[in-house]
Design a binder for this molecule. Structure first.
Ligand SMILES: *Cc1c(COP(=O)(O)O)cnc(C)c1O
Length: 352
């Protein structure tokens, strides 16, 4: 079975080896060292400035999205949410549930987010922007620079879910004046699910996190940051995943983050070239290197998915809802090679 999914994804052999080891007791100086190293390496590869804070949450990505809202936003805020698919929609639902005043920029499937969309909101006062920089449900990569400029100009907090984009697309925390970025273990980090990482700017930490009383005890960033100073978490973390993370980050730092992203672009580009001529279409909006969304003009996406899974052992990522018969996503995250693209393209040709 080969996974061309978006999470969990095909893990690296060294991660699989790590995951077979006994989980150690964690209130120890040795484990603290691992956590502090993780923090240092995460900041390094995200290009985050001194003074930024890291929170390791034992939760899936949605937990980290919700925790971010609970720790950083309140009823006095006015938030703009980019809703171009199911993950953007989730941010809107979270604002709804936590009673955060917000407006939704709804992007229909197939439409690229541009300067024109933002123009409409130029004169509306907002305090924060919530965006999933790669909207995983459609594969659209939003323009980071444009959104960053918009937030800087309007003095808004820039809150980015980069869960499915980090390591696949270029990302610069400080350069783009990001206030919060969220990562998760099961996407490009290619680890077991269960761990999410939230990186906070000094500004949002000082202005929001420190001043605001979080209604959740488990998700209180302040207590995570306090405990984090000595390399610990307030409660039992996903110890095994933090150890896998340490090992994986060392490989990434060794390889170099630029190189990592470059290879992701090469993998995605190679696949996209190889499918030219097949009876599938690609959307016209900008794509993340993490994923190639295939649009099936004959509405046979679901059938193709099942055929590839059961007859070839190749698992693609199906879409739900309205796009279930129309779209199938090919994930390029995790341990993949160019040769595997050949195998997948050959199978796709046969199935179509
Ligand atoms: C996967 C993903 C999430 C997290 O989903 P969980 O199922 O909660 O882990 C959040 N945002 C984006 C953009 C994602 O791709």
């Amino acid at each position: 079975m080969k996974l061309f999914t978006l999470g969990p994804v095909q893990m690296y052999p060294y991660t699989l080896e790590k995951s077979a080891e006994q989980i150690p007791y964690f209130r120890t100086p040795e484990f603290s060292e691992v956590v502090l190293e993780n923090e240092k390496m995460i900041k390094e590869i995200a290009y985050a400035q001194e003074g930024s804070k890291t929170v390791f949450l034992t939760a899936s990505g949605t937990g980290a999205m919700e925790a971010t809202i609970m720790n950083c936003l309140g009823r006095d805020d006015s938030v703009l949410v980019i809703d171009g698919g199911s993950f953007g929609h989730r941010f809107a639902q979270l604002c709804e549930r936590h009673e955060i005043p917000h407006q939704v920029l709804k992007l229909p499937f197939g439409e690229a987010l541009t300067r024109e969309h933002l123009k409409e909101y130029e004169d509306t006062p907002f305090t924060a922007l919530l965006v999933n920089i790669h909207e995983t449900s459609t594969g659209q990569l939003y323009p980071m620079e444009l959104l960053s400029d918009f937030c800087v100009k309007k003095n808004m907090l820039f809150i980015v879910d980069a869960i499915s984009s980090f390591l696949a697309d270029p990302f610069y925390f400080s350069k783009y004046s990001v206030d919060v970025v969220i990562f998760s273990s099961q996407k490009a980090l290619a680890l077991a699910p269960g761990l999410s990482i939230v990186l906070l700017s000094e500004r949002i930490y000082e202005q929001r996190v420190k001043k605001k009383k979080c209604v959740s005890m488990y998700f209180d960033f302040d207590s995570h940051i306090e405990n984090g100073k000595r390399g610990q978490t307030p409660f039992t973390p996903a110890v095994g995943v933090l150890l896998q993370l340490n090992d994986r980050l060392k490989h990434i730092v060794n390889q170099g983050i630029e190189d990592c992203v470059h290879f992701a672009a090469e993998l995605a580009g190679d696949f996209r070239r190889k499918i030219e001529g097949l009876s599938v279409e690609l959307p016209s909006y900008p794509l993340s290197n993490a994923c190639t969304p295939l649009v099936f003009p004959d509405n046979n996406a679901k059938k193709v998915y099942e055929n590839l899974k059961y007859n070839y052992g190749l698992v693609l990522t199906p879409n739900g809802g309205e796009l279930a018969d129309k779209v199938l996503r090919v994930g390029h995250l995790g341990c993949h090679t160019l040769e595997e693209n050949d195998v997948l393209v050959k199978a796709l040709k046969e199935v179509l």
